[in-house]
Design a protein around this ligand. Sequence first.
Ligand code: ATR
Length: 267
Amino acid sequence: MDVYGVIGNPVGHSLSPLMHQAALDALGIPARYVAFCVQNLTAAVQGIRGLNLRGVSVTLPFKTEVMDLLDGVEAGARAIGAVNTIVNDHGRLTGFNTDGTGLIRDLREVMDIEGRRFAVLGAGGAARAAVFGLVQAGGIPVVLNRTARKGEALAADFGCTFCPLAEAAGVEADCLINTTPVGMAPGDDRSPLPADVPGRFPWVVDIVYTPLRTRFLREAAAAGCRTRSGLGMFIHQGAEQLRIWTGRTAPVDLMRRVVEARLIKAG
Ligand code: ATR
């Protein structure tokens, strides 16, 4: 039986085991997917080789730090500067990043990307993945960030423009995407922008999916915007991980159903 897993700290809240185990079972792949709470990253990565884990998801806070410990990093993950997926090929570990692909596949379910403008809020690893994915897909991102220096650096890396967060209301875009952790459960009912700003954008997307309806999305919906939570991005990034690990097409609808049911049950 093959073993897959997620490494992070904390990982108790991770929905990856639920999602991936359901997918592996549905595909008839005899495997277990386990959450590993990492105490020592170097030892953990060596353990992937030592225990012959076939594939590993990487979550916070290790997505960047893990890169130096791998044998290779695929070009997209290198451009993003973060790895969320490791493939173990007979002890040789290669890093990938499926977050950008996940976002693009989810957006494509509801909108065109080529030639459209996207206001991307944030300049961390999630924002880098989003901007990378959007540029690859022919979209035109505008980076909005609280700290100008970080936002400008991200925009320069991907050849797009930067706008200070305080000037968000003046940005013209087809879609506004929050990539910051603001509004993530538990106990954070903040929005990254004043309530009157999201209403200026036809589409408003939050990459947060705990809760499914963040304050940011609730205020956008109240202002008449079409909205999308981060659930679809999470499902699609996982589906791409499964494809990389097994070569199989993931049962996306099933994965979405099990994760959504858990999120609704959790309130
Ligand atoms: P990740 O790698 O998960 O994207 P990160 O690297 O910590 O996380 O980046 C978090 C992003 O959220 C940053 O762009 C941060 O803005 P700063 O660059 O100004 O720090 C943004 N962020 C976090 N809290 C915020 C808040 N309360 N308002 C606006 N932006 C916030």
